[in-house]
Write a protein that binds this ligand. Sequence first.
Ligand code: ATP
Ligand code: MG
Length: 464
Amino acid sequence: MLSPEDKDAAQRSGLIELAGVADAIALSPASEEAWIEVIRKMDQVYADLVHYQIELERKNAALEEADQFISSVLSAMTDVLIVCDLAGRVEQVNDALERLTGREASALIGVPLEMLLAPDCRPLFGKLREKIRDGGGCDDFEVSLIDRGGVASPLSMSCSPRYDHKGRFVGVVLIGRPVGELRRAYTELAGAHQQLRQAQQQLVFSEKMAALGRLVAGVAHELNNPISFVFGNMHALKRYGARLTEYLQAIDSGADAARLLELRSQLKIDRIVTDITPLVDGTLEGAERVSEIVQDLRRFSSSQTEPFESFNLCRVVRTAVGWVAKAARVKPEIVFELPERLEIVSRRGPVHQIIVNLVQNAVDVMADSAESRLTISGSEEPPWIVVRVCDNGPGISASVKERLFEPFFTTKPIGEGTGLGLYVSYGLAEELGGHLEAANRESGGAEFTLRLPVREEPNAGASR
Ligand SMILES: Nc1ncnc2c1ncn2[C@@H]1O[C@H](COP(=O)(O)OP(=O)(O)OP(=O)(O)O)[C@@H](O)[C@H]1O
Ligand SMILES: [Mg+2]
């Protein structure tokens, strides 16, 4: 007799009829055992079949997924991909190659690679294959493919070996990027870079002009001094000239010795003679000072990059401080802690511009202080020459300090500050091979330290 489980198994395996027959026929216990064994085996075979079917379906799904993944990667690639066998026949391509050649993958597969290359590149495949076989890499070489218009289109190619699952060298994989595209991207990048440089130069120049606007009063004051004593001297010389002419006319008209002596004392001819040299020297000095100020102004306002030259940094510092201080609404006490000379090889204009910006900021933050004091020190601290601009203003708060050198960062009311002063100064200091930093002083107020190399090789940094 069949047990309920065996009947059930027989039913599942579709052998119910057979089981029914077996049930119907009265079997001897031995043959019943044999039947049960047959049914069990068949049930096992059926279960295995179901299992294999499920496994097969799972593998199929995974295979489809992998296939889908590879095709999506291949079609997403903008670079051209060509897979060749050892004979140089195309085995696989991607959409980028289809687009470039204007031919579908089915028309490309099986074609010798040479047929896709421009005539002068055709011997290439053989050489590549040999090189790769010998273990050499082939990166970044230029090859031209014939594009959809029949024109040779240059590509920057890399080529690598392809191995089968047993590690045998079975072909090569070529990946190429159209050089035209690279060149266009490079040209666009270079153009954008050029525009950025121009905008930056414009910014530096605008900042300089804004600073110059604020400095005009100080420069005018500077000019006024020598011009006024040149004027004074010239008036005195004019008077002396008139008296000398009168005296000479008396000699020419044959006046006697007594008359000439009288005239000489009356016209103070002897004093004129002793005065004339210092007067002329003083006038010359005044004219030279005017000329120097004009030169400084020209240098400061020029948009040209001046060459590196040797000069006394102390003079540049004094001039810059003078201009700002004389233009200041509230004049601070100024303390110079400078030696007579600090020789440096640098560019005068940018150094002047940095000092002007630092001193202007110090003067601005101290405008409301009761006892404002500006201390400018200079010293040689090899390999640097260091200039420190210190004030006794409110100092720099932590939040301001973080953004101090950012372009357009200002705490001044709208229209009173561009926020470019420190940004431009920082850039100029770096270009001169130096550095600009800010700190708070223990005694209160801020301290800006400008370090410049004693001797910077010409052409350091890009020109601004
Ligand atoms: N000596 C200083 N003490 C305290 N804060 C300062 C000092 N110098 C600069 N700052 C702060 O840094 C900010 C940025 O300075 P920066 O010179 O770049 O621009 P600005 O002075 O505001 O504008 P501009 O230079 O065009 O007049 C200032 O607005 C100020 O808040
Ligand atoms: Mg400023």
